[in-house]
Design a protein around this ligand. Structure first.
Ligand code: HPA
Length: 275
């Protein structure tokens, strides 16, 4: 079945359960589900009941699609996302973004994405927030490979502003008004699932990245393909400085994400209000 038909079936299923047309989509990263509590929920669907939706294999993720209002706006939030390293194709990883989109899906024009990332900029510390200003795709694959459906977007999407400058400035203003320090930098996406070697961190820093993670870039590419505007925020969960690198466990990553998460939630909530 063609991707487009799969999206249509997923959208039809969701529409049977809710008439809501969310304008904002939210994808919550590892350990960053706290924003869900702030959503005045209308309906929650499990990923596994939605046709063609992938099912998350990472235990730290809960696969739920949440519809409701946040800061007076209609939103749809993904609690739990899909990673390339789980074995899904890039098309499958980004399927929910197509379902959410205004072009062929539920109505979302603005996509907010969070993730947990390793900090490589030596000024960064664990627990910091970083607005993603730009990205580098080192995942060795691309969700747009294959036939292009012109109704979804162009064959060769422009990526001169993959993260909306207006949203970046809005997030900076919001953070300042809440007195929350926030960084800004370039995010590089790698395949994972292993963390990087010292030599790889040195390389990734050298090519211009401030933070590294295993998600976000595929969703961003598809959102741009479909003309959505995107804001990305990383939580720096560990310090990836090649000369002083220490072992990191997923438990530590999640603990730091959980601890920093309230800052992210406050910013996201206020930002949605101002959209
Ligand atoms: N690499 C290193 N550290 C990390 C990552 C990553 O992909 N994600 C979260 N912390």
């Amino acid at each position: 079945m063609e991707l487009r038909e799969q999206v249509n079936e997923a959208v039809a299923y969701i529409r049977k359960h809710t008439k809501m047309r969310p304008e904002v989509g939210i994808i919550l990263g590892t350990g960053l589900g706290g924003l869900v509590k702030e959503i005045r929920k209308e309906i929650v669907l499990d990923y596994d009941e939605i046709p063609h939706f992938p099912i998350s294999t990472v235990e730290s993720h809960h696969g739920k699609l949440i519809f409701g209002t946040l800061g007076g706006k209609k939103v749809v939030a993904m609690k739990g996302r899909f990673h390339f390293y789980e074995g899904y194709t890039m098309q499958r990883v980004t399927f929910p973004v197509r379902v959410m989109s205004h072009k062929i899906g539920l109505g979302v024009k603005t996509l907010l994405i969070s993730n947990a990332a390793g900090g490589m900029n030596p000024d960064f510390r664990r627990g910091d927030l970083m607005i993603i200003s730009d990205h580098i795709n080192l995942q060795g694959d691309n969700p747009l490979i294959g036939p292009n459906d012109g109704e979804m977007g162009p064959r060769f999407p422009d990526m001169s502003e993959p993260y909306s400058q207006a949203l970046i400035e809005c997030a900076e203003h919001v953070a300042a008004s809440l007195k929350i320090d926030i960084r800004k930098g370039v995010f590089v996406a790698v395949q994972g699932p292993n963390l990087e070697t010292r030599a790889e961190y040195r390389f990734l820093r050298g090519i211009g990245a401030d933070a590294v993670g295993m998600s976000t870039v595929p969703e961003n590419i598809v959102a741009n393909h479909m003309g959505m505007r995107v804001l990305g925020i990383s939580i720096i969960t560990d310090e990836c400085f090649p000369d002083t690198l220490k072992p990191v466990t997923v438990e530590e990553v999640i603990a730091v994400a959980n601890k920093a998460e309230p800052k992210l939630t406050k910013i996201m909530k206020e930002l949605v209000k101002r959209l």
